[in-house]
Ligand binder design. Structure first.
Ligand code: TYM
Length: 373
């Protein structure tokens, strides 16, 4: 049978079968036992864990084993600055903030102006670098501790990153890069080298601290192919294998299986969107699980499982009870699509209002977070 979806770091299309993907990528599902283990340390489970938005991992058990023995770990995640930040990008960052608070972990945050310059023919390096610092404001707005958070834009931290990247690159053959990333003869040689640069921060805390520190990477599962390369190389270079925890994709506003993508405006809400724009986008584009007429909807009820407004609420409405009520009322036809869209609009507008205030304040403290060399 042919596959109906594609998941690579550059392309996510079709309706993703996450269980299948776990098998294909060779990761592990997050089970109840692991959730219980996490809960022992955090006291409460983040709603993204309760709802299985974070659903898969590599070696999270090992991270907890070591943590219980008093060994620290560091968080690593990142952003490719090809445009403004959209609210899907915030999903792993919100979760990172929770892990930082609960485990006291440092966060290393890579912003890949080099990657997006090499990948996108229309973007100059000046532009991706500028977007990188714009995107950094969204990271800071998530509320990270400035004493424990290190953000670097690749070309401004090149001396440190390059030394580490070439050590990794030397251990990765072209054939394995082709197999993992699907590179072809048409791929530019910059992108061929690229996996080594994204793998480098997996080992950065160990290099900076002069001792072995395992990294844990919260990110959507599209980034996992890099961690496979990095984990293969780690023992050869004497570093601990990086661990990872994977989140689902926030779906595109237009729904039907695709993910929110910064390059398709109608699918995304950006962190800089105004109240008006958010309301208009949701009203116009949010894929509805409702029936064709109000009468029919009242009789048959809607389908929250395909309704994008409901799906988005599972990512942004923290209150389980509220969410359950919405699910039930919509399914029973008591709540109409227009009402559901209004609930989502209020939620996102409120969220963004606070985010935008924090984003503005972040401009004054940007320097406290940035690593340069
Ligand atoms: P980028 O900029 O494409 O994505 C940034 C982060 O957002 C996640 N993501 C999503 N999560 C939920 N729903 C979505 N619709 C959605 N779209 C994207 C991505 O998985 C990622 O975690 N090459 C990377 C930059 C990078 C990086 C890293 C990312 C460098 N080092 C380490 C994660 C971890 C990129 O272009 O990400």
């Amino acid at each position: 049978m042919t596959k109906k979806y594609t998941v690579t770091p550059w392309e996510v299309t079709g309706e993703v079968d996450y269980d299948k993907l776990i098998k294909e990528f060779g990761t592990e599902k997050i089970n109840e036992h692991l959730l219980e283990r996490i809960k022992k340390h955090t006291g409460e489970l983040h709603y993204m864990l309760r709802r299985k938005i974070f659903f898969s991992h590599r070696d999270l058990n090992l991270v907890l084993d070591e943590y219980e023995k008093g060994m620290e770990f560091a968080l690593y995640t990142g952003r490719g600055p090809s445009g403004n930040t959209h609210i899907g990008h915030l999903v792993p960052w919100i979760f990172c903030k929770y892990l930082q608070d609960k485990f006291g972990a440092e966060l290393y945050f890579q912003i890949t102006d080099d990657e997006k310059f090499m990948l996108k023919p229309e973007l100059t390096l000046e532009k991706t670098n500028e977007l990188g610092y714009e995107n950094a404001l969204d990271v800071i707005a998530c509320g990270f501790n400035p004493d424990k958070t290190f953000i670097f834009v690749d070309t401004d931290y090149a001396k440190t990153l390059y030394k580490l990247s070439i050590q990794i690159a030397k251990k990765v053959t072209t054939s394995s890069a082709k197999a993992v990333f699907g590179f072809t003869n048409e791929t530019n040689i910059g992108m061929m080298f690229w996996p080594a640069v994204q793998a480098a921060p997996c080992f950065l805390p160990s290099v900076l601290k002069g001792k072995k520190i395992r990294t844990l990477i919260p990110a959507a599962i599209d980034q996992d192919p890099y961690w496979r390369i990095s984990r293969d190389v780690a023992p050869k270079l004497g570093f601990p294998k990086t661990a990872a925890i994977h989140n689902l994709f926030l779906p595109a506003l237009t729904g039907q299986g695709s993910k929110m993508s910064a390059s398709h405006e109608e699918t995304a809400v950006y962190t800089t969107d105004s109240e008006d724009i958010v309301a208009k986008k949701i009203k116009k584009y949010a894929f509805s699980g409702g029936q064709a007429t109000i009468d029919e909807h009242r009789k048959k009820g809607g389908n929250p499982d395909v309704d994008v407004s409901y799906q988005w609420l599972t990512f942004f409405e923290e209150d389980d009870k509220k969410l359950e009520n919405i699910y039930r009322e919509y399914k029973e036809g008591k709540m109409l699509t227009g009402e559901l869209k209004q609930i989502l609009t209020d939620k996102i507008v409120n969220f963004l209002k606070k985010h935008q205030e924090k984003r503005e304040k972040a401009k004054k403290v940007l320097d406290k977070f940035i690593l340069k060399d």
